[in-house]
Design a protein around this ligand. Structure first.
Ligand code: NAP
Length: 280
């Protein structure tokens, strides 16, 4: 598995396994174990997904030592006050059955982000979290966070896919040395629209690959890490099988041209979506 060197020297797999909406405990445990068997080493979960215990069961039964896995979880924004954040981290480790975490992200840039960030710094400096980062954070707020804190975020996990490529945000992340990880790299429930694009179908046929593999490969060649989710073993295997081909410059340009520049799922800059998020 190819790895990305984070800004604190920790290495992170460029492709991992997403677990959002995998709420059935048995299905979650089985999917995580299947993913590790297929070669995934990064597992992405969150307090808000309600599946940390099942993810923990999956990593326990997968047969691969803890030290070879890279476990990411996220703190929910209602737990950003100092003591709540500490409690959230302890609960995540207990549920996952681990005594350290590889990556913890602040899930959304709402509420007391600064208090929560300083708790993440404390855990990072104590060696209980190897790398800390953010999610759904636009470049302006990220620059602010970097400027007024000790530890720079290692990662921003943000909606990124064919239709929302984050080309400008990517430049800012590169400039500040923050790794870019794509959530919903297959468009979440809307993968079929992307899979049906003529360019995607033609490129997939030319390489003997599937549209999903082309979309994941496209992100990786753009320098973006990916965490596709599936509960189907054949798709779990398909989604990791993206390291034996390369898109040409012309193919990359064709896919870049399909960017709409608009998020479809998470958008911390859209007041309608933020107002709705406040009800969560
Ligand atoms: N930080 C955040 O706010 C945030 C938000 C959303 C997601 N995430 C993380 O990012 C991960 C990935 O995002 P996501 O789960 O939203 O969406 P995604 O990975 O883009 O897409 C998942 C959807 O695509 C289907 N799929 C997967 N592989 C496929 C394939 N090869 N062919 C056809 N369909 C396929 C899945 O169906 P089946 O499962 O039925 O195969 C599922 O419906 C999440 O699981 C989560 O860990 C983070």
């Amino acid at each position: 598995m190819e790895k990305i060197m984070l800004n604190n020297g920790v290495e992170m797999p460029v492709l991992g396994f997403g677990t959002y909406q995998v709420t059935d405990p048995a299905e979650c445990e089985k999917s995580v174990a299947e993913a590790v068997r297929a070669g995934y080493r990064l597992i992405d979960t969150a307090q808000a997904y309600g599946n940390e215990e099942a993810v923990g069961a999956g990593i326990k039964s997968c047969g691969v030592p803890r030290g070879e896995l890279f476990i990411t979880t996220k703190v929910w924004f209602r737990s950003y006050e100092t003591e709540d954040c500490r409690a959230s981290l302890e609960e995540s480790m207990r549920k996952l059955g681990v005594d350290y975490l590889d990556m913890v992200l602040l899930h959304w840039p709402f509420g007391n982000v600064y208090a929560a960030w300083r708790v993440l710094e404390e855990y990072n400096e104590a060696g209980k979290i190897r790398a800390i980062g953010v999610s759904n954070m636009e470049a302006d707020r990220l620059i602010d966070l970097i400027t007024f804190n000790r530890v720079k975020p290692a990662l921003n996990q943000i909606e990124t896919h064919l239709y929302c490529q984050r080309q400008a945000e990517h430049q800012w992340l590169e400039k500040f040395g923050v790794a870019h990880q794509a959530y919903a790299p297959l468009g979440q429930g809307r993968a079929n629209e992307m899979f049906g694009e003529d360019a995607v179908k033609t490129i997939a046929a030319a390489h003997g690959k599937t549209p999903a593999q082309v979309l994941l490969r496209f992100q990786i060649q753009n320098g973006v890490a990916v965490i596709p989710k599936s509960v189907h073993v054949e798709r779990i295997q398909e989604n990791i099988n993206v390291f034996d081909f390369a898109l040409s410059d012309a193919e990359m340009a064709q896919l870049k041209a399909l960017d709409t520049g608009r998020p479809m799922i998470g958008d911390a800059e859209n007041p309608d979506k933020v107002e709705f998020a406040m009800t969560w």
